[in-house]
Design a protein around this ligand. Structure first.
Ligand SMILES: *Cc1c(COP(=O)(O)O)cnc(C)c1O
Length: 309
C-alpha cells in the first residue's frame, strides 16, 4: 500500500488577519497531484480493505465531472485493480472526450458505464448496474462520494494535534463524510462549521449517523443556486483570492466555503471564534470542465488554470 504512504504533513497556510480574525488554510489540495484532498483521505482505508481482501474489481458512482470518480480511477490504476465507474447520464457514453474528468478516468483504464438518471438514482439495485456487476464474481462497491465508515476514518486524519489551537474548523460539505471525520477528531472545545455545497436538507441526519458529538453546525446560505452552479460574483472572488494568495480554489466546494467565510467575517456575522482553520478539500481536477461551461456561456473563467497545467 505504498500509494497512501506518500501521505505527508500538509501546511496550514496563513491568510492573514481579517477584521480581527486570524485565518489559516490547510492545503489538502497538495496531498497528491491526481487524488487530491478529501478523496485521497477517504480512499485510503477503503483501498486498504480492498487489497487485504484481495478483491480485484472496484465499482463506484459519480457525475461526469466527479472528483471521486477521477480519484478512484487513479488509485485503481496505481494499485493494479480493475475499476468500473457508473456515470450519471447515459448521454455521456458517446462523448467521453468532451468531459475532461471522464477522459482522465478512461486514460486510467476505468470502464465507464453511463446510465440514465433514473437508473443512477437506484444505484446498485438498478438493472443496468446489476447486469455489469454480475460478470464479476468478486467486486467492491464504493458509495458515491466515498462516504462510508472507512472513508470517514480516513478524513479523521486531516486534523493533527497541532490544529487543537484553532477555535473553528471549516469545511465544505457534499455527502457529509469529510465533515464527519473532522468532527470525530476535533476537540469538544472546537466548533466544526460545514458549508453546504448543495441543497441537501437531510445532511444533518447523515452526519449524525457517523458521530454523536454536537460541536458542529451546517450553514446552507452559500449554495449559489445548487450543486456545481456558479455565479460571476463567485468566479470573481476566486480569481482575486488566487491573485492575492496564489491558492487556487475550486468553484464547487472550497471556493463557496471561502466566499462564505469572508462574507460572514466582513459583515460582522461571524460568531464562532477568532482562530479559524479552513480545509482546502482539493477538487481542482474539475476546473477544466467548469471553465469549458463558462466559456460556452461567454462568462469569465477561472484564471489560474493555465498555471496548473
Ligand atoms: C467530494 C468533495 C467535497 C465534499 O466532501 P463530502 O465528504 O462528500 O462532504 C468537498 N470538497 C471537495 C473538493 C470534494 O471533492
Amino acid at each position: 500500500m505504498n500509494f497512501f504512504e506518500q501521505n505527508k504533513e500538509i501546511p496550514n497556510q496563513s491568510l492573514g488577519v481579517i477584521n480581527g480574525h486570524s485565518l489559516f488554510m490547510k492545503r489538502e489540495d497538495l496531498l497528491h497531484p491526481n487524488v487530491s484532498g478529501n478523496k485521497f483521505r477517504k480512499l485510503k482505508y477503503i483501498f486498504e480493505e480492498i487489497i487485504s481482501h484481495k478483491v480485484p474489481v472496484v465499482a463506484t458512482f459519480g457525475g461526469a465531472f466527479s472528483n471521486h470518480l477521477s480519484a478512484t480511477a487513479a488509485v485503481g490504476k496505481e494499485l493494479g485493480l480493475k475499476t468500473i465507474g457508473f456515470v450519471r447520464g447515459e448521454e455521456w457514453q458517446n462523448k467521453i472526450d468532451s468531459s475532461s474528468t471522464l477522459s482522465y478516468c478512461h486514460s486510467q483504464k476505468m470502464k465507464l458505464v453511463c446510465i440514465s438518471r433514473q437508473a443512477y438514482k437506484k444505484k446498485e439495485s438498478s438493472l443496468d448496474v446489476i447486469k455489469i456487476l454480475k460478470q464479476f464474481p468478486k467486486f467492491r462497491l464504493i458509495p458515491e462520494g466515498g462516504s462510508e465508515i472507512l472513508g470517514v476514518k480516513g478524513c479523521s486524519e486531516i486534523l493533527t494535534i497541532k490544529d487543537l489551537k484553532f477555535d473553528v474548523i471549516c469545511s465544505s460539505v457534499g455527502s457529509g463524510g469529510t465533515i464527519a471525520g473532522l468532527i470525530k477528531s476535533s476537540s469538544k472545545n472546537q466548533k466544526v462549521l460545514g458549508f453546504n455545497a448543495l441543497k441537501n436538507p437531510s445532511i444533518n441526519g447523515v452526519i449524525s449517523t457517523y458521530t454523536h458529538k454536537k460541536n458542529w453546525e451546517i450553514n446552507s446560505n452559500f449554495i449559489f443556486g445548487g450543486f456545481a452552479k456558479t455565479s460571476p460574483i463567485l468566479i470573481k472572488f476566486i480569481n482575486s483570492f488566487y491573485q492575492k494568495y496564489q491558492i487556487p480554489l475550486d468553484p464547487i466546494y472550497t471556493g463557496k466555503m471561502l466566499f462564505a467565510i469572508f462574507e460572514l467575517i466582513k459583515n460582522n456575522q461571524w460568531r464562532w471564534g477568532k482562530k479559524i482553520l479552513a480545509i482546502h478539500t482539493g477538487g481542482l481536477q474539475g476546473v477544466t470542465g467548469i471553465n469549458q461551461k463558462l466559456k460556452k456561456k461567454k462568462l469569465q473563467t477561472l484564471l489560474y488554470l493555465e498555471d496548473l497545467l
